[in-house]
Each structure stands twice: as C-alpha cells, then as structure tokens.
Design a protein around this ligand. Structure first.
Ligand code: RAM
Length: 386
C-alpha cells in the first residue's frame, strides 16, 4: 500500500505539470496586508494568516486562497505578522476577532500559546482552519495537510543520502529501492545529515523532522547513515538562516543539509555556493528561488550544483483547498469531524473534488496533495511557475 501510494505521489508529475504551467503572472502581496487586502473594516472578511510576511510560500498559498474565495464572491485579506513568533500571531488574531472577521485560516508558529485566543474565536463563532502548520486540535475545524508527513520525511532523507553518494534522481517511485541498493554497496564513512529548519517550535517542520528520524531508524541505514540529525534553526528569516548555514560550513561535520523550509533552503543554497562548499543541499524549495543553486536543464551535470534535486508540492492549490474547507465551514455546516466531507469546486486545471476528513493526531485533517521532485529534467518548466 505504501509503495502504491508512493508511486502515485511521485507519479503525479504530468498531471501537476499540466495543472501548474500557465499559473504565472500572479500579483504577489508584499506587505503585511497583502496585495489583495480589502481596505477598511475586516468584518465579514476571510483572513489568511501565514507565519510571517516576506515568505513567497505564504504569498503563493494566499494567491490560491483568495482566488478560490473570490470565485465564491467572498472578501479576503492577507494578515501576517512581520516576525515569525507565536506572540505576534496571537496579538494579530486578537485584533481580527474583535473586528468580527468571517473566518481565520492559519499556518501557526508554534503548538502552544494560542488556546486563549482560539477560544475567543470559537466563542465568537469564527472558524479556525489550519494549513501547512497545525493549529491546536480542539480549536480548529480541521487541518489541511499538504502531503503525507511520513512520505515527506522519507523522501527528504532518501534524497539527501543519494545526493551524498553522488546518485542522480532515480525517477518516480524509485527513491527507496535505489537508497537500499546503493547503501548495500557503500563501504565508506558513516554519512552525516544536517537539518536547517524554521523555528525550534514550528509544528510542521518538527513533524517532518520526526518523520526523517523515523526513516533513519530503518535497518538499511544502520552503520551507513547516522541516525542523529545535526539540527539548526534559522527562524524562517533569511539572515538568521544564512548564519546557521555558515555555521554548518564552518563546522564541516555534515555531508548534506536538508532544509525543510523554502526560506532555509534558499539561504543555504547561497551560503554553500558562495563558500564553494563540498556540503550538498536538498529539502523543500520553490524552483523560482532555487534556480541559481540547481541544474537548469537536462543536459547539466546535477552535481555541479549545490542542490542537485529537491521537492515541494502545489502551494497555490494548497491555499485553494484551505479556502474550500473554510468556505464549507462558514456556509455549509462542515464541522471537520472524522468522516465529514466538503466539496471543492474546479480550480484552475484541477477538477471539482470531494475531500473526506480523517483523524490526525488529536485532531482531524484533509490531505491536499503529494510531494513532487524538482530536478534537472523539469526545472525549466517550473522556475517561472512556483
Ligand atoms: C517555508 C515555511 C512553510 C513550509 C515551507 C516548505 O516557507 O516554513 O511552513 O511548509 O517552507
């Protein structure tokens, strides 16, 4: 079942490519209020809150969110704090609740510290849907999960090991079997992997790191790849992430850095490239931000680049799925209980779809997508899209 899922996940290439090409020309919000924010009162507005401003991943999700909501005739606003902290989000949430917004869709900066403000939202009848990084289970309608956490953890470790061994991306569904066969032959020093994450408290990155550690505990890594990840945190801030990447370079203890954040991977790409470092890089990145650190065409030698391959998913569609969940919660009685469903209209090249809610940890979630690998054969198609 796992293998089947993996094949489907990585085999989405053609469908997703068709879906995403032609999505360019977006107007990206750049300020706290975003490019599409309504002026004046936010009463009745659907608010999308990312971890902080200045992150293209959040901007792209908001593009999808606002496009879907506007298609329904709804008003939206993009409200994110300047700093990637729980306190900054809580303060902003409090103000939004007072302004009687219609809903809040959020990617959180931590798994504690929100209860009081989320309770206030609940008491005011304002639904909370989380996307990307989870909100407290008892206060959210549901979480919109971008892709299976276990799959993301496995693929990131598998990619980092193959990149360390100088093995090109082996193709859809073949990561695990290639890792197994390559490690069986490997007789060198124990491979050591580093992680350059967002904040030490960010729920989503922490769940991916836990999944990476789970992957590394599998038998075929024993004695070949260290089960311990060397972790550093750049707080999804370009300057701090660069400093942490430079620390990896100075210490020179890891073979490959995995950065499960688009801010961290771009910062590490620049730091490793500038230092002409031997350390390689993979993780979750936006092709537009990673062009200078990745191979550009299929004729390139991927290993001349700092990051031979990396992954992500359709961020714009993810934002639209969160809008569909939120819209259903506000207008259609969707309560996010296990087994409950909501309809999403056709969106860009995606057909209309029914999403079914499942139990995830102590709360519930819906699954929006699957990881997708960016490598030398497809970067040319993606760099202007995501
Ligand atoms: C960053 C954010 C976000 C994460 C992506 C991959 O932009 O930290 O939470 O999901 O990267």
């Amino acid at each position: 079942m796992k293998n089947w899922k993996k094949l489907v996940a990585l085999g989405l290439s053609t469908i997703m490519l068709v879906s995403l090409v032609g999505c360019g020309g977006k107007e990206k919000p750049s300020s706290e209020n975003g490019g599409k924010t309504q002026e004046g009162s936010l009463e009745g507005t659907h608010v999308f809150m990312f971890k902080s401003t200045g992150n293209s991943f959040g901007d792209l999700m908001y593009d999808g969110f606002s496009e879907y909501m506007e298609g329904k005739g709804e008003k939206t606003a993009y409200k994110s704090p300047a700093e990637t902290t729980v306190a900054a989000q809580v303060q902003m949430l409090d103000e939004l609740i007072t302004q009687k917004v219609a809903s809040i869709t959020i990617s959180t900066n931590g798994d504690a510290g929100y209860d009081e403000v989320f309770k206030k939202a609940k008491d005011a009848g304002i639904p909370i849907v989380s996307v990307d990084s989870e909100a407290t289970p008892q206060y959210r309608t549901c979480h919109v999960n971008q892709a299976e956490t276990a799959d993301i953890g496995s693929y990131l470790v598998e990619a980092a090991v193959l990149i360390t061994l100088g093995v090109d991306y082996p193709g859809d569904g073949k990561l695990e079997e290639t890792v197994k066969s390559e490690l069986a032959k490997y007789k060198g020093d124990e491979i050591k992997l580093g992680v350059l994450s967002a904040s030490i408290d960010t729920p989503v990155q922490n769940s991916w790191i836990a999944a990476m550690e789970e992957e590394l505990s599998k038998d075929f890594y024993a004695g070949k790849v260290s089960p311990k990840l060397d972790k550093k945190y750049g707080n999804d801030d370009l300057t701090e992430s660069t400093t942490q990447a430079q620390a990896f370079i100075a210490e020179n203890k890891v073979d490959c850095i995995i950065s499960p954040t688009t801010v961290g991977i771009a910062a590490a790409g620049q730091a490793l490239k500038s230092a002409n470092s031997e350390i390689k890089l993979t993780g979750l990145g936006l092709p537009s931000e990673m062009q200078s650190f990745m191979p550009a065409t299929k004729d390139d030698d991927a290993f001349q680049s700092v990051c031979p391959y990396m992954m992500l998913w359709d961020v714009i569609h993810l934002g639209a799925v969160s809008a569909a969940a939120t819209y259903a919660a506000v207008t259609d009685g969707y309560d996010g209980t296990d087994g409950s469903t909501f309809e999403m209209d056709a969106f860009r090249d995606y057909e209309a779809q029914t999403y079914t809610t499942y139990t995830s940890g102590e709360g519930t979630a819906v699954l929006a997508g699957a990881p997708y690998i960016f490598y030398k054969d497809n970067m040319v198609d993606w760099k202007d899209v995501l």
